[in-house]
Write a protein of this length. Structure first.
Length: 145
């Protein structure tokens, strides 16, 4: 499982021109499920995201988590994070789990995150979306579990 976590001051997901979700300060999390990923990996990822200390404290140091600051998550499925470009110029996505197998794990990630942080907004699973965000920092972390 791979997550790209961007610290944002705001983020919005649109689908077919309509706004479907929005957060203020928190994390925009792009996530891909890899072939063979398990529920235990999902739970570990949720705990890691919620406790990741990349939010600034009163001294401006990255020392606080989403839990500490009571901030939100905008969770977006993005199978292209496992795009393999080693051969040729067209990415291969053979390492990404098929949608019907990834969806239950994605939903589990959402419910596990909700145990730690109050608000978890979602993109539209498996659909074309537009994402507007204001990256805060910028601070971007890539997690592989």
């Amino acid at each position: 499982m791979r997550a790209v976590i961007q610290r944002v001051s705001q983020a919005i997901v649109r689908h077919n021109g309509e706004e479907v979700s929005r957060i203020k300060a928190g994390f925009l999390v792009l996530v891909a499920i890899k072939v063979g990923d398990s529920e235990s990996q999902v739970k570990k990822m949720a705990e890691k995201i919620a406790n990741l200390r990349i939010l600034e404290d009163e001294e401006g140091k990255m020392n606080l988590s989403l839990i500490d600051k009571k901030q939100s998550v905008l969770l977006v499925s993005q199978f292209t994070l496992y795009g393999d470009c080693q051969k040729g110029n067209r990415p291969s996505f053979i390492h990404s789990t098929r949608s019907e197998e990834a969806l239950p794990l994605f939903k589990l990630l959402q419910s596990e995150l909700q145990k730690f942080v109050g608000e978890v907004q979602l993109g539209v699973f498996g659909e074309y979306m537009q994402i507007d965000l204001t990256n805060d920092g910028p601070t971007t972390i890539v997690l592989d579990i």
